[in-house]
Design a protein around this ligand. Structure first.
Ligand code: AMP
Length: 214
């Protein structure tokens, strides 16, 4: 099963992708996670990407397309995958179609997660992330047992530099102008499902499994 999870920052698609990945045993591929790891390790990719990410802008298409092209060649992707945060522009979506066509395969379904801006801002501004194991907490909705400590690995939780209020606004603007056109792109292909992103993660997960089938 080859899936794309689409939606604005903070809608919870990463959380849902992680659950589904564990349950269906297919990899979750998040360009955001790959880029953050590169920034942390100060690789050439990380150095290229950092300033775009810190200011809430998109990393150039050719960079992220290259990342995905290499990642999808790995053997764990043979049975399927969940793309979380890619594609984010029409050129990225076209490049993905071309990559998969070459393997005579295509995307089975695109889930578009929806939530009001007000709720997105609440979720993003209270989010605390673990740079060690990528787990995500929220100061209000999913607080860690010990303040600022990851429940899963006991790493120190941080606020992502792009989860600060001024950058959140920019990321939502970027989503509106650059990513929203993908909804029509996939609707026209007849593979788009809308997912109400409101409520707790369990409720959203039920909508996800309803949309993709057992
Ligand atoms: P995310 O964790 O998906 O919210 O991504 C964090 C940041 O990484 C974004 O704000 C972008 O700067 C960058 N990024 C992640 N995925 C992409 C993508 N598909 N295209 C361009 N930039 C991306």
């Amino acid at each position: 099963m080859r899936l794309v999870f689409l939606g604005p920052p903070g809608v919870g698609k990463g959380t849902q992708a992680q659950r589904l990945s564990t349950q269906r045993r297919i990899p979750k591929i998040s360009t955001g996670d790959i880029l953050r790891e590169a920034v942390q390790k100060k690789t050439l990719l990380g150095l290229q990407a950092k300033s775009f990410m810190d200011s809430g802008k998109l990393v150039p298409d050719e960079v992220v397309i290259g990342i995905i092209r290499e990642r999808l060649k790995e053997s764990d992707c043979m049975e399927g995958f969940i793309l979380d945060g890619f594609p984010r522009t029409v050129p990225q979506a076209r490049a993905l179609t071309a990559m998969l066509d070459r393997n005579r395969s295509g995307i089975d379904r695109v889930l578009n997660f929806e939530l009001s801006d007000e709720e997105l801002i609440r979720r993003l501004s209270g989010r605390r992330s673990c740079p060690n194991c990528q787990a995500v907490h929220h100061i209000e909705f999913n607080p860690p047992r010990k303040p600022d400590q990851c429940d899963a690995c006991r790493g120190a939780l941080i606020q992502r530099s792009d989860d600060r209020p001024e950058t959140i606004r920019k990321r939502l603007d970027v989503y509106q102008t650059q990513t929203l056109p993908l909804i029509d792109f996939y609707k026209d292909q007849g593979i788009l499902s809308r997912i109400d992103g409101s409520g707790n993660p369990e409720a959203v997960y039920r909508r996800v499994t309803d949309a993709i089938g057992k």
